[in-house]
Design a protein around this ligand. Structure first.
Ligand SMILES: *Cc1c(COP(=O)(O)O)cnc(C)c1O
Length: 412
């Protein structure tokens, strides 16, 4: 019988060999893995038998986390990396060549946008379109389009991509469909349900959840037919075609780029993931109550939160996601200085990062979206006084109380 997500995570390590009965997969910091038989060593190198050879290409602790992420996403396999950006960057470098075209969303996490510009500078064609409308993505497709990359709930302004229609479009055209589900996590949404080919996570955020370890992952849902992908190198066109893409992402991604997740951080992320559902339920409940309260305050001009009926894609969020998540963005009324307001907060921490147990706030245009300049911020829907809020699991009254006193202070 299929188990629930939390039961699955808690008992995942025991599905493989249990070392000393330990309930956690032990930490394996070894860089080198030795074999009694040199033939065995060669067989592992050639992919003829499972095993580890060198720590840059993974270790047993990271492999246990990969198995866990695969279970959470109903995926055929997962490769972990040292950060979310390492996962996205390594995956794209492993799959794309000069002259290839990719389509992504104009509402995109700033660092991913920056990465796409870097790829454009070295010969990958990039088109950014309004991913809330599958028609805009369709118009951007070309014969040489290799993949479409979107986020579920865009960071920071919470636009929700036309996930299901883009999934149908990519399936019909045979285009690889990559979904960054960091903001939703497998507890709120499984991208396989909208025909995603690859699912990306920054494990640093909700899955790890405690702001104490960086990590990223790429999972293959098994829906994409890799025999149709033009750039799978001969050594990875072996065995079940469902594994070809991930074989190349693992081999080329980890070997060539080397942004490997360490055993210690894999362990921390695994332990964090055990409470994913508990944390995200609480953060979502806090966020919905806070967004509802904030939008009624005279000092607040607008609130973007998928759980509010005023959100342009509220119906999608309600239909597709278990809850509305912990991320929101809001703007204060004209005349209230966003720095003064943030400095008046006492419980909420002024910090980048999101998906933490603690509530974090940041003035977006002045920090994470500063470098790109005003013109691009307009295109990405980022207002100059926008504040991004990642709601944590604090007791709700303490959060509302903090915003109440801060608003009173700046209104005075
Ligand atoms: C944070 C984030 C990333 C990058 O993850 P890191 O672990 O910080 O490198 C990628 N995508 C989204 C949507 C994010 O929020």
């Amino acid at each position: 019988m299929a188990k629930g997500l939390t039961t699955t995570i808690l008992h995942a390590d025991r599905q493989s060999e249990i070392e000393h009965g330990a309930v956690h997969k032990p930490m394996h910091p070894a860089v080198a893995f030795g074999y009694r038989s040199s033939r065995d060593l060669a067989a592992v190198f050639q992919g003829e038998r499972p095993g580890h050879v060198y720590g840059r290409q993974g270790n047993p602790t990271t492999a246990a986390l990969e198995a866990k992420v695969s279970l959470m996403e109903r995926a055929v396999g997962t490769v972990c990396f040292s950060t979310g950006m390492a996962a996205i960057g390594s995956m794209l470098v492993a799959l794309l060549r000069k002259g290839d075209h990719l389509v992504s969303s104009q509402f995109l996490f700033g660092n991913t946008n920056s990465l796409l510009q870097t790829l454009a500078a070295i010969g990958v064609e990039v088109t950014l379109a309004d991913a809330t409308d599958a028609g805009a993505i369709e118009r951007a497709l070309r014969p040489e389009t290799r993949l479409v990359f979107v986020e579920t709930i865009a960071n920071p302004a919470t636009q929700i991509a036309d996930l299901a229609a883009i999934g149908d479009l990519c399936a019909a055209r045979g285009v690889l469909y990559v979904v960054d589900s960091t903001m939703t996590s497998p507890w709120l949404f499984q991208p396989v349900s909208v025909k995603a080919s690859l699912v990306v996570h920054s494990l640093t955020k909700w899955i790890g959840g405690h702001g104490n370890a960086l990590g990223g992952s790429v999972s293959d849902t098994g829906l994409y037919d890799w025999t149709k992908y033009p750039h799978i190198a001969a050594p990875y066109r072996k065995g079940n075609p469902a594994n070809w893409g991930l074989q190349q992402i693992r081999k080329k991604g980890l070997r060539d780029i080397g942004a490997t997740l360490s055993a210690e951080h894999a362990h921390r992320l695994s332990v964090g993931a055990e409470t994913l559902a508990l944390r995200l339920d609480k953060a979502s409940a806090n966020a919905l109550a806070l967004a509802t309260w904030l939008q009624a305050q005279p000092g607040v001009a607008r609130v973007a939160y998928p759980g509010l009926p005023s959100h342009p894609q509220h119906a999608r969020a309600r239909d597709w996601f278990r809850r509305f998540g912990g991320l929101m963005a809001f703007e204060l009324r004209e005349g209230i200085d966003c720095f003064d307001f943030l400095d008046a907060l006492q419980v909420v921490i002024k910090s980048s990062h999101l998906g933490d147990t603690r509530t974090l706030a940041i003035p977006v245009s002045h920090t994470i979206f500063f470098e790109m300049g005003a013109a691009q911020r307009v295109q990405m829907g980022i207002g100059e006084s926008l504040i991004r809020l990642s709601v944590g699991i604090e007791d709700y009254d303490d959060l509302q109380g903090d915003f109440e006193q801060a608003l009173a202070k700046v209104a005075a």
